[in-house]
Each structure stands twice: as structure tokens, then as C-alpha cells.
Design a protein. Structure first.
Length: 197
């Protein structure tokens, strides 16, 4: 039995469904909203590589180290992006949340906070995780700020850690949130989501 079993999560007009091949066209359209694949600090697939992106995610699910979700507008069924649990470590009850990206038109909306609330609630309250982690490019300042807003603590920087799509080598900023910190982080997330915009 896999640590992360297939599940669909839904809240506040956002649905997270297990990523599947039938999401290819919708995922391609979401990535095209803002030509997100041109950002050097993200993992968004180029349109012609969308199917391979999904196939790679499914292979990683089969291996037990990543579980990718399609992010969908519950009302319209429109694909908004994708997010994943990855670097899944059942022995120490730890997952990371990453491979996250959204169509430009829903960035800085309630979508990311809602997805994080769904994924963190599932990780801590259903999977029983002790720690949820994040990692991001040292130059992805928007991502770092978003992770810090969740209440995650910066663990440090791994230098010379991974290749970017342009072939340069990135430093990776690591973050984590422990289960004991989750109640306060959850309260803050709910506060942010409930406050009028």
C-alpha cells in the first residue's frame, strides 16, 4: 500500500484530483496562460512536453516518491495548474509539497492558499506526517515569500543542488513545517482565506 493513496480533495471552489493523461489538454492550456514554461525558475512543461510531464509524474507515483494533482476549478472544470507531494518518506512520515504552478490568471488569488490548506490538512491530519517540506530556487523570491506566508521555517540552502531548464546550476532553499506548528499555520491560512479582498 502506498503512503499517499489516490484521493480527490475539494474546498472553496478548488479541486485537487490525481493527475492523469486525460488532463493533458487542460494542463497545456493552463501553462499557456502566461507562457509559464519561459520562467527559468519553475518546472512548468513546454506545450509539446505536457504529455511527457504527466507520464513522468505517473512513473514517480508508481515508484512511490511523488503524487501529482491536477488543480481544477470545481465549477467550470477548467484546469488551473498542478501541485504534488514529492520526496515522500513513509518511514519518517515526511512529504514535501512542490512541482507547484498555476495559470497566470489565477496567481495571487485564493487558489494557492486553498491548495496548500487542502494538501497540508491531508498530510498532517490524514497521513499523520511529522513534517511537511518545501524547496525552491534561490532566485524564486515569489515562491520563497509564499512558502514563508504559510508559516514554514527556512531550514537552509543546499548550494549547487540542481540544474535549471537553461542549464545553469541552482542553489535550493529548503523549508519545513512540523506537526506541532500546524494548528497555528492552519488558523492563519483560514484567516487569510476568510478575510475580504
Amino acid at each position: 500500500m502506498a503512503f499517499v493513496e489516490p484521493i480527490t480533495l475539494s474546498l472553496r471552489g478548488v479541486t485537487l484530483a490525481p493527475l492523469a493523461l486525460h488532463h493533458e489538454a487542460g494542463l497545456r492550456a493552463a501553462a499557456a496562460d502566461g507562457e509559464l514554461w519561459q520562467l527559468r525558475v519553475t518546472s512548468v512543461p513546454e506545450p509539446e512536453h505536457t504529455r511527457r510531464y504527466i507520464e513522468d509524474a505517473l512513473a514517480m507515483r508508481e515508484a512511490g516518491n511523488r503524487f501529482a494533482f491536477a488543480v481544477i476549478d470545481s465549477a467550470s472544470g477548467q484546469m488551473l495548474g498542478s501541485s504534488s507531494y514529492h520526496d515522500i518518506l513513509p518511514a519518517v512520515k515526511r512529504v514535501e509539497i512542490g512541482y507547484t504552478w498555476y495559470a497566470k490568471s489565477v496567481q495571487r488569488s485564493h487558489v494557492n492558499s486553498t491548495c496548500k490548506l487542502l494538501m497540508m490538512t491531508h498530510a498532517f491530519e490524514v497521513l499523520g506526517c511529522h513534517v511537511v517540506g518545501w524547496r525552491t530556487d534561490n532566485f524564486n523570491f515569489a515562491s520563497q515569500a509564499a512558502i514563508e506566508r504559510l508559516g514554514a521555517k527556512k531550514d537552509g540552502i543546499i548550494r549547487g543542488h540542481a540544474l535549471r531548464r537553461d542549464g545553469t546550476i541552482r542553489d535550493t532553499v529548503m523549508y519545513s513545517l512540523r506537526s506541532g506548528e500546524w494548528p497555528e499555520a492552519k488558523a492563519q491560512l483560514l484567516y487569510v482565506l476568510d478575510k475580504p479582498h
